[in-house]
Design a protein around this ligand. Sequence first.
Ligand code: BDR
Ligand code: CA
Length: 313
Amino acid sequence: MAARRIIIDTDPGQDDAVAILLALASPEEIEVLGITAVAGNVPLALTARNARIVCELAGRPDMRVFAGCDRPLKRPLVTAEHVHGKTGLDGPVLPDPQMPLQEGHAVDFLIDTLRAEPAGTVTLCPLGPLTNIATAFERAPDIKERVQQIVLMGGAYFEVGNITPAAEFNIYVDPHAADIVFKSGVPLVVMPLDVTHKALVTPPRNDAFRALGTPVGDAVAEMTDFFERFDKEKYGSSGAPLHDPCVTAYLIRPELFRGRHINVEIETTSDLTLGMTVADWWGVTDRAANALFVGDLDADGFFALLTERLARL
Ligand code: BDR
Ligand code: CA
C-alpha cells in the first residue's frame, strides 16, 4: 500500500517528539510532507525550534518546518512548562538546530499543499492546539473537502480533564479552533486521554529504548525520564503517557486501536467546562457521528512497534 501523505501540526513537547520520530522512521507507511509548529506546550519560538531539533535527531535536516499561529483564536495562550519543562523538550541535552525554519506561514503551507495535491490524498496530524488547522479552514474553506482525514490527539471522555477538571490540554488551549475542526465535516480520528493514558512508558519499556544504544534511543529514554514525573505524581501511574505517538502509530498499525464512531462536540462558552469534549460514547443523542473516538489500544503491540521503528534511526 502506498505511504500515507501527512502534515504533522505540533507543539513539541517530548511526546510530540516521539510521534515525529516514529513517523520519520516509517517511510513505507508515512510520507511527511512538512511539519507545522503551533504555540501550545511552550510558545511558538520554542515549538518551531524543537520541531527542528527533532528532525535533526532523526537525521532529516531536509524536512520542511514552518512556524504557524503564536496564540489561540480568541483566548490568551496557556502553556505547559510544568509538564514539559522550560524548553518544552527538557531531559536530553540536544544541540541547537542548524536547519532553517522555512519562510512563509504554516497556515499558508497547509492551504497551498492541500490545494496543490490531489484531493483526498493528504492527512493532517495535529498533536497540539488546533489553531493552525482552524485558521486554514476559516481562510480557505475549499480545502476542507480536500483533506483525506484528520488524525489528532486531544480530548477525553472517561478520563475527563488533565489541565482543568473537565478539559484536556490541546482542546482547552484553543476550544474555538477545536470547535471549527470538529464541525468541519472532515473525517476525524481522535486519540483522547482515554487511550493515551494506556500508552504508558513503564520502566521496562524505557529500558528497551535505552538498550537501543543509539542517540535516538537515549534521547527518547531521557525525555520520558523527565516528563514521567508529572503523571506519576498526579495519577500515580507507572510511567509517562505517550499521548501524541498514538496518532502516528495509528497510521502505521490501525488494528492496534479500538474506538467508536460517535458524535463529539466542543464546549466553548462555559467557564466551568470550557474545552470539554462532549463525547456521545453511549449513543444517548441522535447527533450525527463526526469522529472515530478511540478508547483502547494494544499497549504491548504499540511499544513493540515504537521500539522497532526507533531502532532504525
Ligand atoms: C497533550 O498535551 C500536551 O502536553 C501533549 O504534548 C499532548 O499533545 C496531552 O494532553
Ligand atoms: Ca502535543
